[in-house]
Design a binder for this molecule. Structure first.
Ligand SMILES: [Zn+2]
Length: 147
């Protein structure tokens, strides 16, 4: 299953169709608990397969935390096992897959295209509606051919 299909699958089962998408609520519905941890050092996030826990850094921006949680959830759903997220992650296959999963989960294609094409939202409005960074939204709009 591709990361995009995996994210759409999770959205289909666990998303309540409200924005912004809440990765903590979705993780909870999947039996995974999210904790904030001061002990992560230079990691943004960590997924513990045995404990079914995602640990996230408490001192980063809300947008960064949300992305880290969605990214770690991606490692879980994609069967990568226990995984970490470094701030400047090497762009290996699993990291890229988890990032694609996270983008697809936090910025569902159907919601983005509706708000852009029908509601004519501005870029700033989109970043607020989805509670993501400008960088993440820029990448997503390009991917979806909406930039
Ligand atoms: Zn990762």
């Amino acid at each position: 299953m591709t990361p995009v299909d995996a994210a759409n699958n999770v959205l289909g089962q666990f998303w309540d169709l409200t924005l912004p998408v809440d990765p903590i609520a979705i993780a909870g519905k999947m039996g995974i608990t999210v904790y904030y941890s001061d002990d992560l050092g230079d990691l943004s996030g960590f997924y513990d397969e045995e404990e079914k826990e995602i640990l996230v850094h408490p001192h980063e921006s809300s947008q960064h935390q949300r992305f880290s949680i969605a990214h770690e959830l991606g490692h879980s759903v994609l069967g990568h096992g226990t995984s970490t997220r470094k701030r400047h992650a090497p762009s290996d296959f699993k990291e890229r897959s988890a990032n694609i999963f996270a983008e697809s989960l936090l910025m569902p294609a159907i919601a983005v295209s509706t708000l852009v094409e029908q509601r004519k939202m501005t870029f700033d409005e989109l970043c607020r509606a989805f509670d993501v960074s400008e960088q993440a939204m820029g990448i997503r709009l390009t991917e979806l051919g909406l930039a």
